[in-house]
Ligand binder design. Structure first.
Ligand SMILES: [Zn+2]
Ligand SMILES: [Zn+2]
Length: 303
């Protein structure tokens, strides 16, 4: 049943909420608020579109704001990876302008297309919500699959012409900051964003077990991951110290500083397996491996 058909004649949002609550005592408060929203809007595409766009803006700028504040507090400078390169307010503002332009053009149209595409593939928007364990398992799977997509597409974007015409914009900041996470060409936003959006749609198609709330939680966590990776700060309590395969700012900052290597988004395994780890330590390990190989070959020749 479509959410918009739950009630025939909508009044105010709160009136719908109270009426719906009377007959749906088994639903929790969030599920009632959710169902009332869809009933109030009378159009599921618009209801999902407004909620998705609003959520994206709140999470993106809400998560970037603490990093903007931290940049202005000298105490935190000792944790800045490229300590000498703290972004100025005018740099942050120039970045915000381009990010907003991208949100209101490319991303808004993608967000609007998402609902019809995902529903056609079997996505649910009704209540009750799925179990949190179901959502957690799906989100973990999306992180792994998106990371794979991101690694190969991002690596491809570093190929000469692709880099020059598409990816160069994202590399304008050799010392990134939170707001710069989505500072990119519209083409790049579409290519890399596909990993975040198409993976869940594909999952909906295959499993026929996917709810749009899982999509929201996934997008929010993915935005946290991307913004934190661009923050430019490495703390003793950063997540990768507890989950060694997680990337974080420690991994992606080096990518912006050196332009080569560390292409993955969330996990370190692809760069490890494909030998594309960036930074002086990885270069040293690579050199040592090469020298050891040459020494082995030389020893074989002597024998
Ligand atoms: Zn890059
Ligand atoms: Zn980046």
């Amino acid at each position: 049943m479509s959410n918009s058909t739950l009630l025939a004649q909508p009044e105010s949002y709160m009136a719908i909420y109270h009426e719906l609550s009377q007959y749906n005592v088994h639903l929790n408060i969030f599920e009632r608020l959710w169902a009332s929203w869809y009933a109030y809007m009378q159009d599921d595409v618009i209801a999902t579109g407004i909620m998705s766009f609003g959520m994206h803006e709140i999470v993106y700028f809400g998560r970037s704001l603490p990093w903007i504040i931290i940049d202005r507090i000298p105490y935190f400078n000792k944790y800045k990876i490229q300590g000498q390169k703290v972004p100025t307010i005018s740099e942050q503002w120039a970045c915000t302008r381009l990010v907003l332009l991208s949100h209101f053009t490319v991303e808004l149209s993608q967000i609007w297309l998402f609902h019809p595409m995902a529903v056609a593939c079997g996505m649910r928007t009704d209540v009750p919500f799925p179990a949190w364990t179901t959502m957690a398992v799906q989100i973990a799977l999306f992180f792994v699959l998106e990371d794979t997509w991101h690694y190969w597409m991002h690596r491809a974007l570093h190929w000469g012409p692709f880099y020059k015409y598409i990816h160069k914009i994202h590399h304008q900041y050799s010392a990134p900051f939170g707001l710069a996470a989505e500072y990119a060409s519209p083409i790049e936003t579409m290519i890399l964003g596909a990993g975040t959006v198409l993976v869940p749609i594909l999952w909906a198609l295959i499993s026929q077990n996917f709810h749009v709330l899982t999509m929201y939680l996934w997008i929010a966590l993915r935005l946290f991951q991307a913004i934190d990776a661009h923050s430019g700060y490495e703390f003793p309590w950063s997540l990768h110290h507890f989950l060694p395969f997680y990337t974080g700012a420690d991994h992606h900052d080096t990518h912006h500083e050196r332009f080569i290597g560390n292409y993955a988004s969330s996990f370190r395994w692809w760069d490890y397996v494909m030998d594309t780890q960036a930074g002086p330590e990885a270069a040293k390990r690579r050199r040592e491996r090469k020298e050891a190989k040459l020494a082995k070959q030389a020893a074989k020749k002597v024998q």
